[in-house]
Design a protein around this ligand. Sequence first.
Ligand SMILES: NC(=O)c1ccc[n+]([C@@H]2O[C@H](COP(=O)([O-])OP(=O)(O)OC[C@H]3O[C@@H](n4cnc5c(N)ncnc54)[C@H](O)[C@@H]3O)[C@@H](O)[C@H]2O)c1
Length: 425
Amino acid sequence: MKRYVIVGTGGRSEMYFKALTDTHADVGQLVGLCDLSQTRMNYYASKLTAAGKPAVPTFPADRFDEMIRTTKPDKVIVTTRDCFHDFYIIRAMQLGCDAITEKPMTTDEVKCQGILDAIAKTGRKLTVTFNYRYSPKRAKVKELLQAGTIGQIKSVDFEWLLDIRHGADYFRRWHRDKANSGGLMVHKATHHFDLVNWWIASSPQRVYATGSLGFYGDKAGQGPASHSDRCHTCKADCKFRLDLAANASLKALYLDAEPDNGYIRDQCVFGAGITIEDTMSLSVRYDSGAMMSYSLNAFMPYEGYRIAFNGTTGRIELIDVESTYISGTGEPQGETLKKGSRILVCPHRQTAYDLDVPLGVGGHGGGDTKLLDDLFRDPVADPLGRAANHIDGARSILTGIAANRSIARGGEPVDVASLVRLPTA
Ligand SMILES: NC(=O)c1ccc[n+]([C@@H]2O[C@H](COP(=O)([O-])OP(=O)(O)OC[C@H]3O[C@@H](n4cnc5c(N)ncnc54)[C@H](O)[C@@H]3O)[C@@H](O)[C@H]2O)c1
């Protein structure tokens, strides 16, 4: 049985924790937890004690090496804030372990090169957990494209919408600082750019981008006239309030843990100091010759995406309305805007047809469940090639890193090859 440790015991680590202590405990053993916050580690460790399961030791972040030496894991699961992924991936490999990291693999080109160099030097393996690839409807689109249903892909039109509930959350936490997250072009769009690389089996070559902060932050004039710098102490009548004290797990993981290291989970989305964009648009040229226009907007009334692949023998559209929550009324959109997905195939000179959209069960459209099987159980042959390695991880962030550079330079083109030396296989 393989041994695992988790570094970074916030919200996302729960999926891995639950797998290794419950659903996948027959194939993997959790042998250590590591974080800056003892309270957050205790939150998870105490779940085991409460369930009468064997205890797992906890290690403060400055005792990471000691954890590796004493617990002897095969693999380190990295679920810290994005800008620290590289540190733990590289250190794990130097200490003889493989690593599994959450997306994004890292946040900038220097850290990306550091990870690639460490892999070349140590020969260790890195898996990047792209759960979006595992959702059945996206796999269906991959199947269609791989089978040549619309010929060679010449262009892609891709629009992603984050709503004022989920989208707003990126402006409350560490993500709001580009130094922590790489901005939404890296932190969020790594999923989207990975999907495109995988769907069209190509790599980004050149990127042109623009972006702005036009809704959140203290300059756009969208917030209450007077407000505190965090929701917990704020008296304003504000539809964006996040009440940490009212949610048992948010309270235990974040509010109660504040004395540990001052992590504030409910900063004002209309406060000062936000350095990421909420509106982004870019053009990408791929090695295959295909091009993509992409946009991401983080203050939309509903959540979802639309993507169209334009091929030499037709067009495929995937439309996905993931949430129809409307802040302010809390009412769904009803018949006007139904939650659900559509895959539309439009071959040249034939009648267009809808495909049944396969449904997934569990988090992220069924992606999380299948991903966990792939991570922890014996590998099974996958004709769709969903397991992602360090090269996929790098390609997926390089579009966003190039976009950040292009935004900073007023929309100038940025060649991806100028950012890192990417291995060929
Ligand atoms: N694949 C997905 O769909 C998905 C969804 C959510 C989050 N994520 C990713 O998971 C990761 C964690 O996100 P989250 O929402 O749980 O954030 P979080 O803030 O809730 O948790 C991050 C944890 O890392 C710890 N941490 C921060 N810096 C550290 C350091 N230097 N050393 C050790 N621990 C440190 C924090 O104390 C915290 O407990 C991020 O990389 C995020 O992008 C992925």
